[in-house]
Design a protein around this ligand. Structure first.
Ligand code: CP
Length: 306
C-alpha cells in the first residue's frame, strides 16, 4: 500500500498504517547501510532540493546522505549566500528553483507553516525538516524506529518527553506519532516550558523528573533551546539541571532499564549530564544512524508516489 499523502508535513493526522509502512520500509534500508556498497538505484533521475533557512547538522546531512544512497541528484540551498540577502522573497526563490525542474523539496524554516505553504506554490513533493515550533516529522519517525529497534515494539510503552516542550517541534511530532502507534505519552518539565492545554492531545503532564524516571520505559530528553529564548522561562541553566537534568545518580537511584533518547544537539550538563550522554542507557547515535534509513524510506515512498 502506498502512503496516503504525497507530502510529509507533520505527523498530526497521519494514519498509523502510514507510520508503520515508513518504519517497516526503513528496516530494509537500514540493511542497505550495512553493505560494503551503500547505494541503491531507487531514485535515479529524481532531483531533490534541500532548502534550509535555519541551521542544521543532523537533519541536513542525513537527508543529503539518504538522497545519495538512493542515487537521487541533490541540490543544497542555504539562506546565507543566497539571493535572499538581495531581497528576493521566499516565494520567488522557490519558484526559481522549481523552474529548474525539481521533484522533491526538503524544507527547514524558522516559521511554522512554511512546508504547508510550499504545497500551494509548488508541484514538488514537500517534506518538512522542521518548521518553527510546529513539527519535525522525520525526527519523530527516527525516534520511533530507534525505540522499536531497542525494545521490539512501540504499542503499550510508556514514553515521557522531558524538557522544553513549549519551544519544541520534536515534542509535537513525537506526541502525534507515538500516540498513533499506541504508546502512553507523558510530558515532564517546568510549568513555564509546558504549553497550556497540551493535555488535549491526550498526554499526561508531570513536573517531577524522579516520577518520570520511575514510571517510564523511555525518556526522550529535549534540548533547552536557547536560540528560541527558552533560557528566559527558567531561573538559570544550573537550576534547570538541578531539578530536571538526567544524571547517572538519578537513573541509578531507580536501578531499572530505561532507554534515553535525545534528538541533538545536546547541551551537556544542562538537560543531560555528559556521563548519561555517553553512557549505557542512551541510544543517541543509534538515532542518528537510523535517521538515514528512515529518511531513505520517506524519500522512496514519496518519490515513487504520483
Ligand atoms: N535533531 C535535529 O533536528 O538536529 P539538527 O538541528 O542538527 O538538524
Amino acid at each position: 500500500m502506498p502512503l496516503s499523502s504525497r507530502h510529509l508535513l507533520g505527523l498530526q493526522g497521519v494514519p498509523r498504517e502510514d507510520i508503520q509502512l515508513i518504519l517497516d520500509t526503513a528496516t530494509t534500508f537500514r540493511e542497505v547501510l550495512e553493505r560494503p556498497i551503500k547505494k541503491v538505484p531507487t531514485l535515479q533521475g529524481k532531483t531533490i532540493v534541500n532548502l534550509f533557512y535555519e541551521s542544521s547538522t543532523r537533519t541536513r546531512i542525513s537527508f543529503e546522505l539518504a538522497q545519495k544512497r538512493l542515487s537521487a541528484d541533490t541540490i543544497n540551498f542555504s539562506k546565507s549566500g543566497s539571493s535572499t540577502s538581495k531581497g528576493e522573497t521566499f516565494k520567488d526563490t522557490v519558484k526559481n528553483i522549481e523552474a529548474m525542474k525539481v521533484d522533491m523539496i526538503i524544507v527547514r524554516h524558522e516559521s511554522a507553516g512554511v512546508p504547508q505553504f510550499l504545497t500551494r506554490i509548488s508541484n514538488a513533493n514537500i517534506i518538512n525538516a522542521g518548521d518553527g515550533r510546529h513539527e519535525h516529522p522525520t525526527q519523530a519517525l527516527l525516534d520511533m524506529y530507534s525505540i522499536r529497534e531497542r525494545l521490539g515494539k512501540i504499542e503499550g510503552l510508556k514514553v515521557c518527553i522531558v524538557g522544553n516542550i513549549a519551544h519544541s517541534r520534536v515534542a509535537l511530532s513525537n506526541i502525534h506519532g507515538l500516540k498513533s502507534m499506541g504508546a502512553e505519552v507523558s510530558l515532564c518539565g517546568p510549568k513555564t516550558m509546558i504549553p497550556k492545554g497540551i493535555e488535549s492531545t491526550g498526554v499526561k503532564v508531570i513536573h517531577n523528573i524522579d516520577e518520570a524516571i520511575a514510571n517510564n520505559d523511555v525518556l526522550n530528553v529535549l534540548r533547552i533551546q536557547l536560540e528560541r529564548k527558552a533560557g528566559s522561562t527558567i531561573p538559570s541553566l544550573r537550576e534547570y539541571h538541578n531539578y530536571f537534568g538526567i544524571t547517572s545518580e538519578r537513573l541509578e537511584k531507580f536501578n531499572r532499564d530505561i532507554v534515553i533518547l535525545h534528538p541533538g544537539p545536546i547541551n551537556r550538563g544542562v538537560e543531560i549530564s555528559s556521563e548519561v550522554a555517553d553512557g549505557p542507557y542512551q541510544i543517541i547515535l543509534d538515532q542518528v544512524t537510523n535517521g538515514v534509513a528512515v529518511r531513505m524510506a520517506v524519500l522512496y515512498l514519496l518519490g515513487t508516489k504520483n
